[in-house]
Design a protein around this ligand. Sequence first.
Ligand code: UDP
Ligand code: MG
Length: 312
Amino acid sequence: MDLSLVIPIYNEAENIPLLIDAITNSLKNTELNYEIICVDDGSQDKSTDVLKEIVQKNLYVKAVILRRNYGQTPAMAAGFENAMGKVIITLDGDLQNDPADIPLLLNKLEEGYDLVSGWRKNRQDDTLTRLLPSKIANIIIGKITGVKLNDYGCSLKAYRSELIADLNLYGELHRFLPALAYIEGAKITEIPVNHHPRRFGKSKYGLGRTFRVIMDLLTVFFMKKFLTRPMHVFGFFGLISLILGVFIGVYLTFIKLGLNRSIGDRPLLILCVLLILTGVQLFSFGLLAELLMRTYHESQKRPIYRIRDIFK
Ligand code: UDP
Ligand code: MG
């Protein structure tokens, strides 16, 4: 199998047949052996029936039906798990991505990249609720994760399947796939792709996703910087806190014992206790995180490095 297309579907009944046709059209001049994996994420409209019907007629299409609505990230993970292609391309089920761009992504991947991301240069969405937040998010995400892309939110992306096998998806981390891939040492690039307004169905997201994006961003940031060395963060702040606390403690002890003055009503005493306690806490968090991190890697036999090639 050369190529697997993974498409999350949640209430997109009208879009599915058009999408499958467009994909078939865009790939008909290639010799590629491909499959189209539609993951039905607990749709409540006719999507499931439409998919079942298409699977009967079209040998290229495979439908994975989830038991309930889990969200776009789990739907994509289910698709990845069932994909057999050497290359995996994801796109939305709402026809906003253009299947005609698929060959472009494949060509770019051939140049030696592990991940090619689409950039919706002419994005057709609402300015205030979508374009503006997304613009800000792209800048922040780029700064924090170190992968500079113009458009993180574009679902149209191509991956080498070895890369996908290394990525673990939780929360709504599908938006951070390039960042997670970067942590795994992937070569990443971006090319402009088409984007169309939604014709059928409604968008599943509103402004409410902002908070979730921020939280996911913090997770990714921590994973990138400290996954294999949590003690370096917790230990650092723990140590500073402890040293300050002990320093103040010594000073207060001198005042009490040396100068024989009362210290019971001093705010400094509370600060001293707080700093020492926090320091000890952070230290023990760090040690626990070290243990967890070792369990995480060793239980999965997950190396802390990734090899691109071995020559001999
Ligand atoms: N989607 C899904 N499960 C969900 C929400 C969305 O599988 O819980 C799918 C949806 O059917 C679409 C894709 O994820 O194919 C992107 O969703 P949408 O078009 O609503 O996002 P937007 O383009 O507005 O950011
Ligand atoms: Mg969409």
